[in-house]
Design a protein around this ligand. Structure first.
Ligand SMILES: Cc1cc2nc3c(=O)[nH]c(=O)nc-3n(C[C@H](O)[C@H](O)[C@H](O)COP(=O)(O)OP(=O)(O)OC[C@H]3O[C@@H](n4cnc5c(N)ncnc54)[C@H](O)[C@@H]3O)c2cc1C
Length: 414
């Protein structure tokens, strides 16, 4: 059965649950009682362990590129399918935590990223407008701890341009023998045994990539693949809208966050991320959903107003070099299942999203997801775990990290 975007979709849960809820789904029950640090008994003992030798990664954002490198480092033959052009530039500056830099080092890309995007300048990094005090762990500390909590409560130690991160990871993956298919849309093909085959559709037609041992879906927050396989969200908050823009004026290597009180008493979140190397600043300005109906000029005017407030200097339309008028909907989401069938897993923003105010998304993809994928491939390829069990554990760990991230950001916001 070839599954295209038009064939199947599933309505997502429309309300946000306050936390782990009743065990309607057996996976939920396991999540309730799950301790990520504890050794899990191998299940499915009857299944013959199968090596993961070939994998397809859907999406060449940071999460997909990291997955490709993790797999290639372990001798897996990897093909990455990506819709975009390789040269497509995304300009926003990322706030990176120390744990993320540790992952870059393990992936072999830290030096290249630091060289391209600027050195670590810890002393210069300060949070202006908001000083975060260490917060308490979420309730029930004796049950589970998670990377998510530690990561969210760690300071950012480096600003990198997302395009630099992607380029350096792409080069490194290519050097390791990873194959890339750009300008191609991945389409899944579910087999009778539940495994997924992958087709890559580009201007020249459809290429059959077979039924890989593993399909890693990292096609971002608006994942069409997630819809193709009928996966919704177990939790989904109301959306917040942000206008984004790249301002060609420097503020140095700092992150500023501020909540501005408007004349009518309403509040507006403003963020600015500067850069050590580039004399430019990435701005995010909270807006309302009605912004979608406004003209480009109105969006630019609102972006300039917010940018001027948070940067403390006048920002004019001509100072905005990219993204003026770009509207992003941001909401907390956790995928209801992060492993599907016999060979498919989700990672990165395709598996969860959160509030940009806390900037945890990329950091979680490059820590928790990387570690969970490493456990999966090493567990299966060493014969210690059946593949079904390893996928199941991946699913639990991924959902748990996402929940912890949301719990941590809700607590720090309150
Ligand atoms: C303005 C802005 C500022 C941000 N700032 C921060 C920050 O400071 N810190 C932080 O941690 N995070 C930040 N984030 C979030 C961070 O950028 C994301 O968490 C990160 O990019 C997610 O990586 P990803 O690889 O999961 O998804 P993406 O980066 O979205 O990549 C998904 C890729 O999949 C491709 N794709 C989609 N569908 C298909 C398909 N069917 N077939 C093939 N390819 C497909 C897309 O073209 C895309 O390249 C920010 C995000 C934005 C928008």
């Amino acid at each position: 059965m070839l599954i295209g975007p038009h064939v199947r979709s599933q309505s997502a849960a429309s309300t946000r649950s306050p936390g782990p809820g009743p065990a309607a789904d057996p996976l939920n029950h396991e999540l309730e009682t799950y301790q990520p640090g504890a050794a899990q008994p191998a299940r499915d003992v009857g299944e013959t362990a199968r090596q993961i030798e070939e994998a397809v990664v859907v999406g060449a954002g940071p999460a997909g590129l990291a997955a490709a490198i993790v797999l290639a480092q372990r001798g897996v033959k990897v093909t990455v399918v990506e819709l975009r052009d390789y040269f497509y530039q995304r300009p926003h500056h990322l706030n990176l935590r120390q744990q993320t830099l540790d992952t870059f080092a393990e992936l072999g890309v830290l030096d290249d990223i630091a060289q391209r995007s600027g050195p670590l300048e810890r002393e210069e990094l300060t949070h202006l407008g908001e000083v975060r005090e260490p917060t308490q762990r979420p309730p029930d500390p004796n049950r589970v701890t998670s990377d998510a909590w530690e990561i969210l409560n760690s300071p950012s130690v480096m600003q990198a341009r997302i395009s630099d991160v992607e380029k350096m990871m792409h080069y490194h993956a290519e050097e390791m023998g990873v194959k890339f298919k750009y300008h191609a849309h991945a389409i899944l093909d579910q087999q009778e045994d539940g495994n997924f085959g992958v087709h890559a559709q580009d201007a020249e037609g459809i290429t059959d990539l077979g039924v890989p041992d593993l399909v890693v879906v990292t096609d971002g927050a608006n994942s069409t693949t997630r819809e193709q396989v009928g996966i919704g969200f177990e939790e989904q908050s109301e959306g917040r809208w942000y206008l984004g823009g790249h301002v060609n004026l420097p503020i140095g290597a700092v992150t500023r966050k501020s909540i501005h009180v408007n004349e009518d008493g309403s509040t507006q979140r403003l963020m600015a991320t500067g850069h050590a190397r580039y004399p430019s600043t990435w701005i995010s300005v909270e807006a309302s959903g009605s912004m979608l109906e406004s003209t480009q000029e109105e969006r630019v005017a609102q972006l300039c107003r917010g940018a001027s407030l948070i940067m403390g200097q006048e920002v004019r339309p001509e100072d905005i070099t990219w993204g003026a008028g770009l509207v992003t909907k941001v909401q907390d989401r956790v995928i209801e299942r992060a492993a599907v069938g016999g060979n498919l897993i989700f990672g990165g923003d395709a598996a969860r999203t959160g509030d940009v105010w806390e900037s945890g998304g990329l950091n979680l993809s490059l820590t928790s997801d990387v570690r969970n994928l490493t456990r999966l491939v090493e567990g299966v390829n060493s014969g210690r775990r059946s593949k079904a069990n390893a996928l199941h554990q991946y699913c639990l760990r991924t959902r748990w990290a996402s929940r912890m991230w949301h719990a941590a950001s809700a607590q720090s916001a309150s």
